[in-house]
Design a protein around this ligand. Sequence first.
Ligand SMILES: [Zn+2]
Length: 248
Amino acid sequence: MTIHVFNGFTCNARPPSRLKTGLVCTLVETAQGLVLIDTGPGTEDYAHPHGMLRLFKIITDMPLDLQEAAVHQVRKLGFQPEDVRHIVLTHMHFDHCGGLPDFPLAKVHVHRMEYDAFMGPWRRWTDMAYIRRHIAHAPDWAVYNDSGDKWYDFDAIRLPFDPEMWLVPLYGHTRGHCGVAVKLEHGWFFNAADAGAVYNNETPAWLIKLVLGPHDQRLRRFRSNYPEIHLVNSHMPPEWFTVPHNEY
Ligand SMILES: [Zn+2]
C-alpha cells in the first residue's frame, strides 16, 4: 500500500512576508480502492474562479496553475480519476474540497459537524470560504459522528478503509475540522490539516489560535513525543513536496 502526496494548490503570501505554501493532497492505495484526502481547487475553479479565489488572487500571490488540480495529478501518478472511489475531507473550505466535482462518482467522507457547518446557517466570516457549487453535483456522502474511540490520546473515528485510517476531530479552524491519520508499515502519516502551524515559526501564537484553533501546541508536543508519526499540516512549503515527502 502506497501513499502518494502532492501539492494541490500553491498560495504564497505577498512581501514582506516570505511565507510560501502548497496544499497537502494525499492519494492512498487501499483495499477499497484509491482514497484521496483533500482535493485542492478543481478544474472549474481554474476555468471560472469563484469570488473567494478572486479575492485570494488579490491578497496573495497565486500561480493558479491548472496542472496542480488533483484530477491532473492523479493521472500523472498513473491512475484514472474514476479509480478514486473515496474522498476524505479534513474540512470543506474551497482550497480543500474544490476538486470534488472532478470526481463525481467518489463517495465523500466528512465529519457531521463540518457537513452541517457547510450547509449553514453560516456563523462567522471564515464560513465565506464554503462554496456551494463545490457540492452541486450531489455527491454520495458518508457523514460521521463522534464515536468515543481513540487514536493515541485523541478522540477519533475509524474510517472504513484498510490500511487503518482515522478521522481525528480538531475543531476550531472550522466547526467540524478534522485531521486524518493513515497507518504505515512503520508508524503513521498524520495530516493535522489547518489545526496548527507546526512547520511555520513566523506566525504569532495569537493569530494561530484565532485562525487555526487551539491545537497547535498540543500537536507540536505530540510530534516530538512520537517520532514514528509523520505529522504534517495542510499548508506546507512548496519545496517540501519532493522526495522523501511525496511517497510513504
Ligand atoms: Zn481552511
